[in-house]
Every structure is written in C-alpha cells, then in structure tokens.
Design a protein. Structure first.
Length: 627
C-alpha cells in the first residue's frame, strides 16, 4: 500500500521561494532567530555566512549574547549545539533513496520532531532530544550517502543560507525559534540503533537507485512529499481493534525467539506490543505473554510483569508498534495487506463493529486490570475521594501524588509498575500554596526532586479549568476547558490525573443537576479510558450526611454512580484518639481513608475487600502537615 503523508504543507513554487528567501545580509532576521532560540533554551553559536563552520574556537557549549549580537555580515548563519540532542542528518542526494529511508524510519520515530530543509536538495535533518545524557555522534554510510545522528560535540546550522545559495527553512514553521527545547520529543539509543540498522541496508542496496542527476521538477515534487514532517498517522491507527490484533499476532508469529532471545530485543518487542495496546489493540498482554513463553530465555511471569509495567516509563522515549512491524518485515513477514483498513478479506468478523461478539471471540485469557495504587486507582477508570471541606482531601491527594511518582508505599498501599507519571491539578489554590504543601510532604517522607521526577502540578493561577458551561439554562461541555485539559494530558502523558476539587471545574453549573453531573463524569471516564490513565477527583460531602457512606457525596447521584471507586475521609473522633495514642487536642489533625464503593468486584468478594481495606487502614495513614 502507499504510505500516506497527512497534513501535507504545500510548498511555494521554486521561483517564489528564491524571490522571498533571506540572504546572509538579512541581519535582522538572524538576530531575531538567535534571540528566540536562546529564549527557548538552545545553545546558539555563530556560523560563517553561506557556510557551516562555527566562528568561535570554543563553541561546543554555545556562546553568550554579547558575542552573538549584533550579527556580523560575515557570520550571519546560526547554529545550535547538539549536545543533549539527537539530530538525524540525512546526507543522501538520491531522491528515491531518501524516500525509501523515510518510509523505513518514520514508524520508528516519535512524533513531533523538528525538520530542517533547504530548497535545492532532498537532504534533511530531524531534531530530537536525547532520552538521557549527552550521547556522542553515531552514523552509517554506504555508496548512496550516509545517515548521521549528531550529538555531543556537533552543531546544526539552524538559520541562514547554505553554501549553494539556498535558504534553510523548517517544515511547518516548527524551529528552535518557535519550539522550546523542553518540548522537543525524546528518543532513546535502542531506537536509534534499530533505525541505523534499517538505514544501513538501504544505503548499501543498489535496487531502485536513480541517476545522480535529477530534474528540478522531480526534486521539488519529492520535497512536497516530505513537507508533512514526522507527525504521521500510522496506518495501524486506522484499523479496527480486531484487525490490529491480527497484525500484532501475525508479527509475533513470524518473530522466532525459540533459539535466540536476547533481552534487549525481547524488551523492544514488549514495548512495541504495549504501544499497540495504547492505540486500541485488545488482548495485547496475553499476546505478548504467549510469545514470551516461547522464548529461549524465558524466566518467569514475574519478570515479564516487571518488564511489561516498565513500558510507561519508556513511553516518552517512543518505542512504537512501528518497531514491531519493522522487525516482522525484516524477518520476512508481509503485513502490508493487513495494514490496509479497506482490505475486504481483513475486515472484522462482524459486519458492523457495533454488533455484540460471541463468547468465542473474547480472549481466552482476559487481560488483568491494571491497578496503580493499591485498590484505590485503576487504569482507565475514575475514583472519588469524598470528605467535608478542610478535612484532609488535599493532604491525602498530595501524599498520593508523591507515592505514585516515587513508587513508594507512602500510604501503606503498593504502587504497581514502579514510578508513575502524575499530573496534579488544583483548581482552587495558587501554585505557591501547592508548593508549600508538596515541599512539606516531601520533607516528611524524605523525598528529593529526583525521587518524584514524574510529578507535575498546576494551580488555579496557571490555568482556568472550566469543564461545564450553561447556556439558556442547559448544561453542556465547555470546549476550551476540555481542550486545555487534553493538551496537558497529551503533553505530560500521566498515569494518574488528580483533579482537586470537582466543584471548582464545573463553571456556572450546579452539581445537583443530574444531567450536568452525568455529562461531566462521562467525559472524564472517556478521558481515562482513551488515555489509559486513572483519574481521581476530590469532592465534598453534603451537609448532615453520614461520613463513610457513598451517598454522602454532594450533588447528583451520577457523580458516584459513574465513578468506579469511591473513597471517604473519616476524621478521628476525640473519644477514639486515646485508643491509638493521639492526644485529644490533636485529633482533628488525624484521619483515615475508607472505601465506600468498589465497582470492580462482585458480591462477597467486594465485601471482603472492603473489610481488608478498613482493617489495613484502621490506623491513621496521613497526618496533616502544618507549616
């Protein structure tokens, strides 16, 4: 099938580009670029005009503003140091080879890389961050050219004019002057090794080579093919879930690990299958487990579970289902027809996806629920923590956030999968107030910043999160608020999303309105399910309601009904304080957390689980920290 390049940007004609391009004398443009790139966190260096040689001798750590400004006519080109970055520099002049390379590496690259081009050549550079440290340069070469991965000790000319007279430009306007260094996606060394291995075969191959002299029209046509950049929509995403499962199963069938099963390749396959699950493929864990059991180096299911859980920490690095497809193709599999969502022979077994499935179509070994923190948080579902105002909800959620981010059982509950990524949004307090609470809790639990690197916080001063609006008395979703929330989720990719409190995000709606409450909760449930994360919401109790009861939550019944798990905070009573060794005057600073609803168990199992939770938490687990 043909690869699609969605979001294609139409390039101006060759003539108009030449007429409008900057020259080395465009000093004002160079100065503006340098200022913007420095503000975005890049290390900038002066480069000779119409060249790529840095001017300063000790340029590897960047230059200060005094040297960079004002811009000299002899040093009008601008470079960025690539230490801490991984820049794919495709130095190949054969158009068909460049296209072949791009087809091979696109499925292996994270989305969102910055792409640098020049008008008169198919060569290009793609900028990523290094996943860790400042690795050095790597490269593969052949008779058609080379692919370099620039790193520590190199620089990339990011602005100016090439020695051929062609202006350097960036696809879609995404450049160091417009995208901060912190927002550049990261890539790992394991991924880079797979890419270099794939490209080395292409550069050495003579099949399909074009003559070295290519007409300008053909060259311009291919530039348009690459203009969409790296943010591609993989064909795998267009498949129905059972089609996706068919692709993954076929790839795993072809990959024979019965004789040779190196751990690094095993992990790459596991992470690629896990990414397929993130894209909607069902039954991925059981498929990966079955394949792993066939491996010559199979150890135990416990080892498998540990590796499988570590996928979330690796996700930012970007091993994708494209890695699995590439490995399968290298092993001789033909999966092109399987990736065609319109292929009639590969359509779902049911004519309509909405039709109920027979029992035989269900996975023989259903995937386990992915618990994150004890039985309080589960991936793909919404939990509530309910208590009166000022009784410890925020204290509990702060400790919960630190427990999940550090991977430590700070609240006497196991954190599954090691350190998790946590996004804590407090729509009621300013970020400075949150900082006081978080720092106090970190001091109490003896945590450093390194222990909780995956924790992100946002206070009411940093965002105004309104998720519900009311027009003519009718509640509805507020699109700007949901766009803001989804953008944060997309940026930070949390395992756990904390919203504190619910009443602060409903805008002018009342939580007593069952329609508004149901609308809000259904959308939060959808957010949790689609992004494979757990949402926990702080919510208040109604007046004169019995604490520790699911019905104590304020507002419409839909709030509790559409949450899978509901927890309650019970303050310590004065009469009970002496029984656990707490002075009566300190009783109001101590509370316990109990489970009031657990929809993921049935019948007597739920009752026994709730009893265990109560017994486990019969002593206080959180003490409010007073600053």
């Amino acid at each position: 099938m043909r690869w699609r390049w969605p979001g294609r940007t139409t390039m101006p004609s060759r003539v108009s580009v030449r007429r409008n391009c900057r020259t080395a004398g465009d000093l004002e443009g160079s100065e503006n670029f340098r200022r913007a790139a420095i503000a975005n966190g890049y290390r900038v260096v002066r480069v000779i005009s119409k060249g790529k040689r840095p001017v300063a001798e000790n340029w590897t750590q960047g230059e200060n503003l005094d040297h960079l400004l004002p811009v000299s006519a002899t040093a009008a080109n601008t470079g960025i140091c690539t230490a801490g970055f991984r820049v794919f520099d495709v130095d190949v002049d054969e158009l068909k080879k460049v296209q072949e390379i791009m087809r091979a590496i696109l499925p292996l690259l994270p989305r969102g890389g910055l792409i640098r081009r020049r008008v008169n050549s198919p060569r290009l550079a793609i900028v990523y961050k290094a996943e860790a440290g400042e690795p050095c340069k790597k490269a593969v070469s052949g008779k058609f050219g080379k692919l370099e991965v620039l790193g520590n000790g190199q620089q990339l000319v990011a602005h100016g004019v090439h020695e051929s007279g062609a202006e350097i430009y960036w696809i879609g306007g995404k450049s160091p002057a417009t995208v901060s260094a912190a927002e550049v996606p990261a890539i790992g060394e394991q991924q880079i090794s797979a890419i270099l291995n794939a490209v080395s075969q292409i550069l050495a191959s003579s099949v399909g080579a074009l003559p070295s002299k290519v007409t300008p029209s053909a060259r311009s046509a291919h530039i348009n093919d690459l203009a969409a950049g790296i943010s591609i929509h993989h064909p795998f995403d267009d498949l129905a879930p059972d089609q996706q499962r068919c692709v993954v199963a076929e790839c795993l069938t072809v990959l024979d690990n019965s004789k040779s099963d190196p751990r690094n390749q095993w992990l790459a396959v596991l992470f690629a299958v896990a990414d397929a699950g993130q894209r909607g493929c069902p039954d991925v864990r059981s498929l990966a487990l079955e394949w792993s059991r066939r491996g010559a180096s199979w150890t135990s299911e416990a080892d498998f579970d540990s590796a499988w859980s570590s996928y979330r920490a690796n996700r930012a690095g970007g091993t994708t289902v494209g890695t699995l497809i590439h490995l399968a193709r290298s092993a001789g599999a033909e999966v092109s027809s399987l990736l065609d969502s319109s292929s009639p022979e590969k359509k779902p077994t049911s004519e309509t996806r909405g039709v109920a499935l027979p029992v035989a179509a269900l996975p023989a070994i259903p995937p386990k629920r992915q618990w994150l923190h004890g039985t309080d948080l589960v991936r793909g579902a919404v939990s509530l923590i309910v208590a009166p105002g000022g009784k410890g909800k925020s204290s509990f959620l702060t400790s919960l956030a630190l427990a999940c981010a550090s991977g430590r059982p700070l609240l006497d509950s196991h954190v599954f999968g090691g350190r998790l990524r946590v996004l804590y949004i407090n729509a009621e307090d300013a970020t400075d107030e949150i900082a006081l609470r978080v720092r106090a809790a970190m001091a109490h639990h003896q945590l450093t910043d390194a222990h909780v690197g995956g924790l992100y916080v946002a206070g009411a001063d940093r965002l105004s999160l309104t998720l519900i609006k009311v027009e003519r008395g009718t509640p509805g979703l507020n699109p700007p608020g949901w766009q803001e929330l989804r953008a944060l989720v997309s940026l930070h990719k949390p395992d756990v999303l904390i919203l504190d409190p619910l009443v602060a995000v409903v805008g002018g709606a009342t939580l007593n309105d069952n329609a508004a409450a149901a609308l809000l909760m259904r959308e939060l449930v959808s957010l949790a399910a689609l992004n494979k994360l757990s949402v926990i919401i702080a919510h208040h109790t109604s007046k004169n309601r019995e604490l520790g009861n699911a019905d104590a939550a304020m507002g419409a019944a839909s709030i509790v009904n559409l949450a899978r798990i509901s927890l309650a905070i019970e303050p310590l009573k004065n009469d009970d304080a002496t029984e656990i060794g707490v002075a009566p005057w300190d009783a109001d600073s101590v509370f316990r957390v109990t489970g009031t609803k657990q929809n993921l168990y049935g019948g007597s199992v739920a009752f026994r689980s709730r009893c265990r939770m109560r017994n486990r938490r019969s002593i206080p687990t959180v003490t409010r920290l007073v600053l």
